[in-house]
Design a protein around this ligand. Structure first.
Ligand code: C2E
Ligand code: MG
Ligand code: MG
Length: 556
C-alpha cells in the first residue's frame, strides 16, 4: 500500500509536500521541485513557511491552529520560488491520521498562476516557458524592475551579476538531429542554469536560444567571470543526443550591477546582449565578455551613424568619387567606378566600409543605392554629352538586388538619364551568388536582358570557384586586390592568377585587376592577358573634374 501510494505521488502532476506537525517538510514528490525550483534535497527539512511570501505566511500562521483542530479547507497562497518568482498556489491539506493521532499532513499544491495570464488566443501560458518550466522574459524584466523599486537603486538592493546567454548551434542541432533533440539541448541548458541559481536570483528563458541568469552572489568582476566559467564548464558536460555525444556551449555577456548602476531593465539587458554579441564575434577566444563602456560608445556611434544615414540623402551629405578603370595595354580610361562618400556633419568623412554595412542592416541601402545609381548615370550621360565616352561601374548590394523590381528600376533610371544600358556595369560581390542561386541567376539574367553588364567584385575573397561562376551570366570578373598585392611575392598566387584569367576568358568573361599599385603588378597582369585594371598606380577615386583632366592626359 505504502509502495503504490509512493509511486502514485511520483507520477502526480500536482506537488505533494508532506510536512510534520512543526511545519517541516519530510517528504516531497518530483512535482515539488518543479513548482518551487528547489531540489528535493533542499526542500527536505525546510520550514514550509519559508516557501511563502510575507502575507501568505501570516495567513498560514492563522490557519494552522485550526488545521490542527481538524478544520481542513482549501487555501490560496503566494509561493516564492527559489528563483524569486512569485506564483499563486492553491493548497489542499490532508491529515495523515495514525491511530487517531495526526502525525503529519499532505499538502497538495497546484500552481494557479498560469490561467490568470493565459493568452486567450494561443492558449500559451505567458509567464513561464512550457519547454523548460523557467520564467520567461516578462518575468525576468519584472524582477529587474522590482530590484530598481527596492530602495530606488541596486545599491540598497545589493550587488548582482547579470549573465545573458546565447546557446551555440541550436539551429544546427534542430536542422540535423530534429527539434526534439534541440529541445533536449535547451532543457540541458535550463538545468545547468537552475543549478547555478542562488536564493534571490532568477533564471529565465528570454527567447528561442537565449537565457538570462541574475545572480545576487556578487557584483565583482572576478566572481562574475568565475560564475560564467562555471556555467561554461557545466554546459560542456557531454550530452547524448540520438546516441551522439554533443558538447553544449554558449556565448555569454556579463553586466555587473552595483550601487552606482542604473537598474533600468531594458537598458541592462541591452548591455548584456551587447557583451554577449561581442563574445560571439570574438569566438573562439572568448566564451564570455564583460560589458564595458567602450561597447556602449561603439553602439552609440553606430546609432549616430544609423540615424544620420536616414537623413543623409535629404541633407545632401552624399557625393560620388570616381576611380578610373584602364585598358592595361593602352592605358586608356575605359570606365570609372562610382564610389560613395558620406560627409557627416560631426564625424567628417565616413568611409563606405563603415556605413554601407549599417545601411544594409537598416535597409537604408535601398534608397542610398538608388541615389548612387541615379547620380552615376546622370554624370556619365553628361560626360557623353561633352564627348567623353566611358562606362560606369556601380556597386549594388544584395538587398537592392533582392528587390523584385530592381531590374525595372535600373531601366527607369537609364531612361531618365537617357543613357544606353551598355554603358552601365552593375558590380555585385560573389557572396550574393551564394544567397539564393536560382533567384540570383534569374535576376542577373534579367539585368543583362536590359543590356547592362554584370561584374563580380572582389573575386577570390569568398568561397566561390570560377567553375561555379560558369553557371551565372557574367560579363566582368574583378579580381580582388589581395591577389594583386601578392604578385611576385608568392609563386602559388601567380599561378592561381594566371589560371583565373585563362579560365575567365574561356568562359567569355573579361577580367579587371583591382588595387594595382605598382608597375610590376600591371606588367604581370598584361603578360597574363588581363583586360582592364584599376588602382592607385593610375589614380585613386577622384571628383568628376579630375576625371576629365586624367582622361585628356591618358587618352591618346
Ligand atoms: P570596391 O567596390 O571593391 O571598391 C574598391 C575599393 O578599393 C575602393 O575603396 C577604392 O578606393 C579602393 N582602392 C582602389 N584602388 C586601390 C589601390 O590601389 N589600393 C588600395 N589599397 N585600395 C584601392 P572605397 O571607396 O573605400 O570603397 C570600399 C567599398 O565600399 C567598395 O569596395 C564597395 O564594396 C563599397 N562601396 C563603395 N561605394 C558603394 C556604393 O555606392 N554602394 C555599395 N553598395 N557599396 C559601395
Ligand atoms: Mg566595386
Ligand atoms: Mg572591389
Amino acid at each position: 500500500m505504502e509502495q503504490s501510494y509512493l509511486s502514485l505521488c511520483e507520477f502526480l502532476a500536482d506537488a505533494v509536500f508532506e510536512m510534520n506537525r512543526e511545519g517541516r517538510l519530510i517528504r516531497v514528490n518530483p512535482a515539488c521541485s518543479l513548482i518551487s525550483g528547489y531540489s528535493a534535497e533542499e526542500l527536505l527539512h525546510m520550514d514550509v513557511l519559508s516557501l511563502l511570501d510575507e502575507k501568505s505566511r501570516e495567513k498560514a500562521k492563522v490557519y494552522y491552529p485550526l488545521v490542527l483542530k481538524g478544520h481542513f479547507d482549501r487555501l490560496e497562497l503566494v509561493m516564492v520560488r527559489k528563483d524569486a518568482a512569485r506564483i499563486h498556489i492553491e493548497c489542499n491539506m490532508i491529515p495523515v491520521d495514525i491511530d487517531g493521532h495526526i502525525e503529519s499532513f499532505f499538502v497538495i499544491v497546484k500552481d494557479v498562476t498560469a490561467p490568470q495570464i493565459m493568452d486567450v488566443q494561443s492558449g500559451v501560458v505567458l509567464n513561464s516557458d512550457p519547454l523548460t518550466g523557467l520564467p520567461n522574459r516578462e518575468q525576468f524584466v519584472r524582477r529587474l524592475e522590482q530590484l530598481a523599486g527596492e530602495g530606488g537603486g541596486a545599491g540598497q538592493a545589493g550587488s548582482y551579476t547579470l549573465i545573458y546567454l546565447n546557446v551555440d548551434r541550436l539551429q544546427f542541432i534542430n536542422d540535423s538531429l530534429g527539434y526534439v533533440q534541440g529541445d533536449l539541448l535547451l532543457q540541458h541548458v535550463a538545468a545547468v542554469l537552475r543549478e547555478l541559481l542562488t536564493p534571490g536570483g532568477l533564471v529565465a528563458r528570454m527567447n528561442g536560444d537565449e537565457f538570462a541568469l541574475l545572480s545576487p552572489a556578487s557584483g565583482e568582476a572576478q566572481a562574475a567571470t568565475e560564475l560564467a566559467d562555471k556555467a561554461a564548464s557545466m554546459l560542456s558536460a557531454p550530452l547524448q543526443l540520438l546516441g551522439l555525444e554533443i558538447i553544449a556551449s554558449a556565448s555569454m555577456g556579463i553586466v555587473l550591477l552595483n550601487g552606482s548602476s542604473s537598474v533600468e531593465a531594458g537598458n541592462l539587458i541591452g548591455k548584456a546582449v551587447m557583451a554577449m554579441r561581442h563574445a560571439k564575434k570574438h569566438r573562439p577566444e572568448l566564451q564570455y565578455a564583460l560589458y564595458t563602456e567602450e561597447m556602449d560608445a561603439r553602439l552609440s556611434c553606430q546609432l549616430q551613424l544609423e540615424s544620420g544615414l536616414r537623413s543623409a540623402i535629404l541633407l545632401n551629405q552624399f557625393y560620388l568619387r570616381y576611380q578610373p578603370i584602364v585598358n592595361v595595354y593602352t592605358g586608356t580610361i575605359e570606365a570609372v567606378e562610382a564610389l560613395l562618400r558620406w560627409e557627416h556633419p560631426e564625424l567628417g568623412i565616413v568611409p563606405p566600409d563603415t556605413f554601407i554595412p549599417i545601411a544594409e542592416e537598416t535597409g537604408e541601402i535601398i534608397a542610398i543605392g538608388g541615389w548612387v545609381l541615379r547620380t552615376a548615370c546622370r554624370q556619365i550621360r553628361s560626360w557623353h554629352d561633352e564627348g567623353l565616352i566611358l562606362r560606369i561601374a556601380v556597386n549594388v548590394s544584395l538587398l537592392q538586388l533582392r528587390e523584385p523590381d530592381f531590374p525595372l528600376f535600373v531601366k527607369r533610371v537609364l531612361d531618365e538619364a537617357g543613357l544606353e544600358p551598355k554603358w552601365l556595369d552593375i558590380e555585385i560581390t560573389e557572396s550574393v551568388l551564394i544567397e539564393d542561386q536560382e533567384q540570383m541567376k534569374a535576376r542577373l539574367a534579367e539585368l543583362r536582358s536590359i543590356g547592362v553588364h554584370v561584374a563580380i567584385d572582389d573575386f577570390g575573397t569568398g568561397y566561390t570557384s570560377l567553375n561555379y561562376l560558369k553557371n551565372f551570366p557574367i560579363d566582368y570578373l574583378k579580381i580582388d586586390r589581395s591577389f594583386i598585392r601578392d604578385i611576385n611575392n608568392d609563386a602559388n598566387n601567380n599561378i592561381i592568377l594566371a589560371s583565373l584569367i585563362e579560365l575567365a576568358h574561356h568562359l567569355k568573361i573579361q577580367v579587371i585587376g583591382e588595387g594595382i599599385e605598382t608597375q610590376e603588378q600591371i606588367e604581370f597582369l598584361r603578360s597574363k592577358g588581363c583586360d582592364e585594371g584599376q588602382g592607385y598606380l593610375v589614380s585613386a577615386a577622384v571628383d568628376a573634374d579630375e576625371i576629365w583632366r586624367l582622361c585628356s592626359r591618358l587618352r591618346p
